[in-house]
Design a protein around this ligand. Structure first.
Ligand code: DC
Length: 229
């Protein structure tokens, strides 16, 4: 059976990872959460003291990039693969609001992107991959057979993210989450290196008022029509 590459891009909390995981499961493809990799580098920068009261020391982070080893590994008792940084499971800390607040400037560094894009391209080299992020259809896999661009209003997305954080026991205010969503939208779409934009040929889906089931069925039928033309 023909195996394809599925690239899903969009702003934060547009439900990319939920759809990507469902698709990967249904098609028996690999799922790669590229945002987790940028989060891991931001977490590393925080741990190493490269992010302080005066902001991010990009030069120090770039100089230390060779010391960063990233992998996705399965851990017993979890349905999804976890993000590992230099052998340590960092899946929980990278999902906190503290990391969300630091990740966009880190992801704007060209050298960081170069390193992560190379790893992502290697992960998807055999096709049969669903990858989500901001530049998957534009930079990582511009030749992907199926490209999706998910959107939803900032308010809808902030409510989704707020609920997720509360469910995980994080004490955050809705206003802080909304501000973070808006700040990241701005930085992710205005940075110089591979800003978020709709890829050529991408199918745009606004899911502000669309149920997950309807969205999934629509996307799956696009995938099937490419796999069994
Ligand atoms: O998808 P996410 O919210 O976990 O991504 C975290 C950050 O990483 C996001 O604010 C922008 C950045 N990112 C990126 O620049 N390129 C990607 N392919 C994926 C994420």
């Amino acid at each position: 059976m023909k195996r394809i590459t599925i690239a899903i891009d969009g702003f934060s909390s547009t439900g990319k990872s939920t759809i990507a995981k469902q698709l990967a499961k249904e098609l028996e493809y690999i799922y790669v959460d590229s945002g987790a990799m940028y989060r891991a580098v931001a977490y590393y920068a925080m741990q190493q003291g490269f992010i302080g009261p005066n902001g991010l020391d990009a030069a120090a982070l770039v100089a230390a990039l060779d010391g960063i080893s990233l992998s996705f590994q399965w851990v017993p008792g979890s349905e999804d693969a976890a993000m590992f940084l230099n052998g340590e499971n960092i899946e929980a800390p990278i999902r906190t609001l503290a990391v969300s607040q630091q990740v966009s400037p880190v992801a704007a560094i060209a050298e960081v992107r170069e390193k992560l894009v190379a790893i992502q391209q290697q992960m998807g080299a055999q096709k049969g991959v669903v990858m989500d992020g901001r530049d998957i259809g534009t930079v990582v896999f511009p030749e992907a057979e199926l490209k999706l661009y998910l959107t939803a209003s900032a308010d809808t997305r902030a409510h989704r993210r707020y609920k997720e954080l509360l469910d995980k026991g994080e004490k955050v205010s809705f206003e802080a989450v909304l501000k973070n969503v808006q700040d990241r939208d701005y930085i992710d779409s205005h940075r110089e290196t591979s800003p978020l934009k709709k890829a050529d040929g991408a199918i745009e889906i606004d899911n502000s008022d669309m149920g997950l089931k309807e969205q999934f069925e629509r996307i799956l039928s696009h995938a099937h029509s490419l796999i069994h033309p």
